[in-house]
Design a binder for this molecule. Structure first.
Ligand code: ZN
Ligand code: ZN
Ligand code: ZN
Length: 374
């Protein structure tokens, strides 16, 4: 990552660290503690492995951020943007207490906020080391930064979108009758990496009745002619951004009771996408899709929210779900993925990643949303 690190990227990271410190100050928090997670990657560009040994970025409200890391991880930390940022890196040896190191460097504080994904053992160790310090979640503070994507982040998500689109475009090579879902999934896994992702995150190949389970992955079930197949796939790019896209396939002509709802599903997905613009409530994006499916008589089979935010995590804020009255803002990125699931028969989902632009939706997945008959 250091090889391609530009001044613009370093400025971005400095801006994020500054905004995190300001958010902490505004919330009456003395410091934000961030262990290896996408929050850590977001704030300082360090893609660290979560380990039992403590690595922790400390973002004080009123002084410079610093990183505490095991001595063994120092080379990796310095090779990340942390080195180029010139941040203090405090290393600890095997027999040192890293929690005491954080506490002593922080000095007198009243309240710390910890990242959402910090392991409980680390939260408890901090509590033991700093018994009089109030702990709270950093979730709301960091979410507010991450929920609006910059142009560079939108570009990174668009790259991820093109990469996963290219995998869908080549599906006919792998999805053939007589093969198992798992065999097809293995080929898709390789293709996700070959398309420019650093890793595969998930591959759902759900044929026939398995399509009625939204989170079915892949099994040893043999795919038969005449069966609709849900293919929902995603990976993470080298920059850390996630792709997530669902398309529908059928080996030969689909059953009549599938065709009955597939058109309504396409219309629902299009209606939700068309509803995207600044100021519209997140729950109204869900409602736009739900209304179409309900009017067509399939509302009861649309059993999940219509979408989730996406960025460094595949699922993050904002969630497009009934009850979320938050207004869309330019730069929010999320999935639009209505589905219909008929237990014991089959199911369908169509999913795109969409960014809320100033004028309306910017759609990042552009392979056909028609049923692809192979
Ligand atoms: Zn899901
Ligand atoms: Zn998906
Ligand atoms: Zn999704």
């Amino acid at each position: 990552m250091t090889d391609t690190l530009t001044d613009a990227m370093l400025d971005d990271l400095r801006g994020r660290l500054g905004r995190a410190a300001a958010a902490a100050a505004a919330a009456g928090v003395d410091a934000i503690l961030v262990s290896p997670s996408t929050d850590l990657r977001y704030l300082c560009g360090y893609h660290a492995k979560p380990l039992e040994r403590l690595t922790c970025l400390v973002v004080p409200a009123a002084s410079d951020p610093f990183l505490v890391a095991p001595f063994l991880e120092e080379p990796a930390a310095l090779a990340s943007p942390v080195g180029a940022l010139g941040m203090d890196v405090l290393t600890w040896q095997e027999t040192d207490n890293p929690y005491a190191l954080v506490a002593s460097r922080l000095g007198r504080v009243g309240c710390v906020a910890m990242d959402d994904h910090m392991w409980a053992e680390k939260v408890f160790a901090f509590a033991q080391e700093m018994p009089d310090v109030r702990q709270r979640a950093a979730a709301d503070l960091l979410q507010e930064l991450r929920i609006i994507k910059t142009q560079a982040e939108v570009d990174a998500l668009a790259f991820a979108g093109r990469a996963i689109d290219s995998v869908h475009a080549a599906m006919a090579q792998w999805l053939r009758p007589g093969r198992t879902e798992a065999e097809v999934a293995r080929d898709i896994t390789d293709a996700i990496v070959a398309a420019g992702h650093a890793q595969m995150d998930f591959v759902i190949v759900a044929s026939g009745p398995n399509g009625a389970s939204p989170h079915h992955e892949a099994s040893n079930r043999v795919i038969n002619p005449g069966e609709p197949v849900v293919v929902d796939i995603g990976g993470t790019t080298p920059e850390g951004y996630a792709s997530d896209c669902t398309r529908m396939y059928c080996i030969g002509e689909p059953p009549a009771d599938f065709t009955e709802y597939y058109g309504a599903l396409q219309a629902a997905q299009a209606a939700a996408t068309a509803a995207v613009r600044p100021g519209v409530a997140c729950e109204d994006i869900d409602a736009a899709a739900r209304e179409v499916l309900t009017d067509a008589g399939f509302g009861q089979w649309f059993v999940h929210r219509v979408g989730h935010g996406i960025g460094l995590d595949t699922h993050e804020h904002p969630y497009m779900v009934s009850g979320n009255r938050r207004a869309l803002l330019p730069g929010m990125a999320f999935s639009i993925e209505p589905g219909v699931y008929l237990p014991g028969r089959h199911g369908a989902r169509i999913e795109d990643i969409v960014v809320c632009g100033e004028q309306g939706p910017i759609v990042l997945n552009n392979e056909t949303r028609e049923l692809v008959v192979l």
